[in-house]
Design a protein. Sequence first.
Length: 291
Amino acid sequence: MRSGLSSFLLLLLTVPATAQRKYNKTIQGPLQIATVKVAGGYFDLGDDNGTTDRKPAHTVKLADFNMGQYEIKQEQWEAVMEDNPSHHQCKECPVTNVSWDDVQEFIKRLNELTGKTYRLPTEAEWEYAARGGITEHLIKPGKPSRGGVNEFLVAEKNQGLRVAEKKKTGQRYAGRSAGPQSIAWYKENTNGNVRPVGRKQPNDIGLYDMCGNVEEWCSDWYTRSYGSRDTVENPTGPTGGKSKVVRGGSVENAAYEVTVTRRAAYLPDTKSRSLGFRLVEVKDAAPQESE
């Protein structure tokens, strides 16, 4: 009898432990969202040689922020929302077929589950991070290049100073590559299906798939031009509008379209087989009060 009671008590202790391990694996594991700290600075947002909605190029100053290293994966979405709306099912691939409104609900639940604060990036943050952040920093703040790309800065030997790298200008793509093949999934090198995140080369600050794979929602309302050449600090876009900004290009875009300055506009309820997102983690956010 005593032996049977001991076995029963052991079972009671084991079941909660097993359940906790399962919880950690299914919830905590997928929700360990890797981020890269992007040091703030000045850069040129836009491209005067591009389409109208990329003009005028103007200087933007950004504070530090923490960008998601990868696009949000299907397994991460499913761990929070308990479904997978993606057209091409693959747990390591970016989640797709999610509207801007859907993403807001995901973020709300994610923040509640993790106790952290996540949000969509602004499009200025997105472009700055895609370009490589401080590795493509303006030499003289307030004097933009107006070419849609900025000069790279490198550390001068033995002095630790940052100087312009001679005969080198910023790339069209999110990485130091003459073309997108090594850093992006796009129409010509896929069959139209999204691919697992992180399989191409990262850009200079360790971010993957900033150009290609899926287009990415940003927080800003869309405008058809930037409107002014004035320097702005931490812009968040207009206060209202009809469509939200989308960045990055996808497996349905041609190689020449998956650039760091490409913009698109979709209604907030739009869903697409090639549209997903990545997040910014707000490290210094005040803790949320429980109701």
